[in-house]
Every structure is written in C-alpha cells, then in structure tokens.
Design a protein around this ligand. Structure first.
Ligand code: GCO
Ligand code: MG
Length: 451
C-alpha cells in the first residue's frame, strides 16, 4: 500500500468513527463514508527528460534547463547561467543530474533540491550550484503550471504591484555619467547605479578601453588597475552628481571587490555625505571578516553577495546585521529553493533583498527574481536591464521593464517560455570560451588583482 492509499484508507475509517485519521487503523469502521473534501486528484507526474540549452541572443552565453514531464505539454524552465564556465555547467546537468532525475516527481521540489545537492557529496560551489538552480527553477515552473498559478502566488502572493529596479549609468567623465543617469531618470528610473572609467585604467562597469589596435592575443591581454586614484576620484563623482541631479534620485555604486580593505573603509566614510542607496561589494568574499570593522565606522548602506556560494559565507553577515542588502546570484546558490529561505532569514534581521540581475542572468532567471521580489516583504531593489528584441523573441513572456519597474505577467509558473528553434540560431561562441577580462587584471607592477 502506498502512502496516498494508506492516507485515504485511514481518513475514511476515522471519519466514520468521528475520530482523527490517525486512530483509523485501530478503530476503523466497516461503513464506507465519503472522504473529507480533498483537492482535485491529479495523475502522478514524472520527469522524462532534462535538456540543457546554451544560447546567446544578446551575445552573452546563457544556460537554460528544460525539464520535460510525463504529462503531454507540461515542462519547466530554469536558469543555470554561469557565463564564464557554461560548458562545465552543461556537463554537470547532462552527465550527472539528468540520470539522477529521470523518473522523479518534479513536484517534490524540496526533496529534489536536497538530494541533488548531496548527490555529488562535495557541494556549495559554482557549477554544481548553477546546475541545481536550473533544475530547481524548472521544477517550480512545473509546480506553478500544474497548479495553474504564477510562482509568486505559491510563495505567498504579491506584496507589491511591481518590482522597483536600478539600472547602470556608466561613463568616462563626470559629465558622461551624469548624462547617462539623466537618460535613465527620464525613462522613469528612481534608482541609478553610477560607474566611472578611470583614465588609463580598466574599470569595472565603465566604458571599455578600445583595444582594436592591440595585437596581443586576447588570453594574454593585460588590463591595468590601480585602486588609489579610484578611491580619490569616486567621492568627487558623487559630489558632482548630487549637485547636478539633486537629492531625490537614489544613487548606487559597485566597488566590485577591487580595493584593499582599508581603502574600502575609507571610501565608505568619504561617501557618507552623498547618502548612497547602497555601496556594493566593498570587500571580496575572502575578506568578509572586515565587515565587523567597517560596520562600526560608517553609516553608508552596504550590499554584498553576488559571489557567494556557501551559506557559511552569508549567514553570519545577515545574523550579525553587518550588511543591509543581500545580493546573491540566485543561480549561484542553487535556485529559488535556497533563495526564498535566504529572503526569509533576512526578514528577521531587517536585511533587504537585491538579487543579482546583470546581463549574465537569463530572462528565465530574471523572471524568477521578479516572482520572488513580488512575494518578499523585505524586498529592497532589483538590478535590471532591458531585454534585447532577440531575447524577447527567444523568451516570450520576459518580465517587462516600464517606468523603472519590472512587471511580471500572471501566467502559471514563471510565465516565461522559450523558442528552442530560435535559441539555436544564437549559438554560444567557444572562441574565446569566455571574455578574458577576468583573470587578466593586474597592478602596474604586473601582479594579479581581484576583478
Ligand atoms: C553586477 C555585477 C556583474 C558582474 C557579472 C560577472 O551587476 O553587480 O558585478 O555585472 O560583473 O555578472 O559576470
Ligand atoms: Mg556587482
């Protein structure tokens, strides 16, 4: 007798005796009576196929998982994007998770997550985290479609009508950054992340150095970075922007873990007069021990986390109230299942969410971010980008960015689909296998430094 039959038999017997179901086995009546009202019984569901789809409709390598079920036409999509190691994630899914998953019930999302997580014995790293994320989101998508409900409804329902976002304003001069910020504000953005290129230095999130005349092979092309000049200039950029743009607009900045910890502390103090909405990644994940020191010295709001993989990296920061915004990359930590737990943990410590939402999160991943944002009371802000036409064609049902808000549709699951034939028309490039900016950033003396 399986669990459902056992439960049904128990319930019937207990009902007849007017006793709770758990006495049924002992006091069951011979009189068959109607079972208490139960939900519509749906036929059992099984995973019949797991596909990994690599596509680059906007030029960035995306990894999407499609889980196909035994119910005709019922499938789910999830984001497993790790753009710098896309092929490794593909192998983790196709060669390892797929055989483990075939035949399992995709509605048992928690059990699927826990068992996939432990199935490699070694765990908590990128690649396996991304692979599990794709599977996890695809299962949530299936649960939503089966229930006929959007995922945000399964998470407790909407706490807000739409999701407030920030976008990026980059430039090589103060005026260029100001212009880019104004353009976004005119489109309705209330939150703008500002990044400045430093002359002669390769600066994260800024206008890239034009290297068309550089004949050095891409994999050996060094980018130069020195933190001091950046540390001195950034407060001046904010001074300029506050003068020109006023106090109303919320300004953000990403340090991208590129400065030595004492300089990051100084920077947070120097930026206080400009009241940033948040300063992101002042330290690298290897240096999180510095947060205790930093927190006591500054009132600048702190965001951290796109590089986190292991709960031990972020749980103490949340529980000790050392950060204000958690910025985990949802596919990095394994998908919606762990992310919703992180959001709930944060709620108790008044830490707000600001899930990572750059170009290397697929529209499916952005849709998952939006569903969680809609249902999270302690939501802070969502990093967003407009989707290219090609992305919208490959992923019909993309969240819509309007007046600075991301809007989800109300279709079941994540409400987003994938045109596989069209996706195949945007193959990922293996040459170069990833952009060589990472791992080639060096100080002037030639020593390697954090990206
Ligand atoms: C951000 C990020 C990204 C990362 C990128 C790495 O949006 O805050 O720092 O742009 O650099 O996702 O691949
Ligand atoms: Mg960042």
């Amino acid at each position: 007798m399986n669990r459902r039959q056992w439960l049904q038999q128990s319930t019937v017997g207990a009902g007849a005796a007017g006793l709770p179901w758990f006495f049924a086995g002992r006091f069951g009546s011979a009189q068959p009576v109607a079972a208490p009202a139960q939900g519509k019984q749906l036929p059992p569901l099984k995973i019949t196929d797991v596909k990994t789809i690599l596509t680059a409709p906007a030029g960035i390598r995306l990894v999407v998982v499609k889980i196909v079920t035994s119910e005709p036409g019922l499938y789910g999509l999830g984001c497993a994007t790790f753009t710098q190691r896309a092929r490794v994630v593909e192998t983790a899914i196709d060669k390892y998770l797929k055989p483990f998953l075939i035949g399992k019930n995709p509605l048992d999302v928690e059990d699927i997550w826990q068992s996939c997580f432990l199935s490699s014995y070694w765990r908590n790293g990128p690649v396996l985290g991304n692979a599990i994320s794709g599977v996890d989101m695809a299962c949530w998508d299936i649960v939503g479609k089966r229930a006929g409900m959007p995922v945000y409804q399964l998470l407790g329902g909407k706490c807000r009508k739409a999701v407030d976002t920030y976008r990026h304003a980059n430039g090589a001069t103060f005026q260029e950054v100001e212009k880019a910020a104004r353009a976004l504000m005119e489109q309705g953005q209330r939150y703008v992340r500002v990044q400045l290129a430093m002359p002669g230095l390769f600066t994260y999130g800024s206008t890239k150095i034009d290297d068309k005349d550089d004949k050095t092979p891409a994999n050996a092309r060094t980018r130069t970075w020195e933190p001091r000049a950046y540390g001195r200039t950034l407060p001046k950029l904010f001074e300029h922007l506050r003068k020109q743009l006023g106090d109303e607009v919320e300004l953000l900045h990403d340090v991208h873990e590129r400065v030595p910890p004492p300089l990051a502390v100084q920077l947070c103090k120097d930026l206080e007069p400009y009241q940033l909405f948040f300063l992101e990644d002042p330290f690298s994940p290897e240096d999180v021990g510095w947060f205790k020191n930093l927190r006591q010295q500054t009132s600048t709001a702190l965001a951290m986390g796109e590089l986190f993989n292991n709960p031990n990296e972020f749980v103490p920061l949340i529980a000790e109230r050392l950060i204000d915004f958690i910025r985990i990359h949802i596919s990095q930590i394994g998908g919606l299942t762990p992310a919703r737990k992180v959001a709930a943990l944060c709620e108790f410590f008044n830490v707000r969410t600001a899930w990572h939402g750059p170009g290397d999160v697929s529209p499916v991943g952005h849709a998952a971010n939006v569903h969680l944002d809609l249902a999270t009371p302690n939501f802070g802000i969502q990093e967003a980008r407009p989707f290219t036409q090609a992305e919208q064609d490959v992923f019909p049902g993309c969240p819509v960015l309007k007046d600075g808000y991301l809007w989800s549709n109300d279709k079941p699951g994540f409400g987003i689909d994938m045109d596989e034939k069209l996706a195949a028309k945007f193959p990922i490039t293996d040459d170069p296998p990833f952009d060589y900016n990472w791992g080639n950033l060096r100080r002037r003396d030639g020593s390697i430094t954090k990206p």
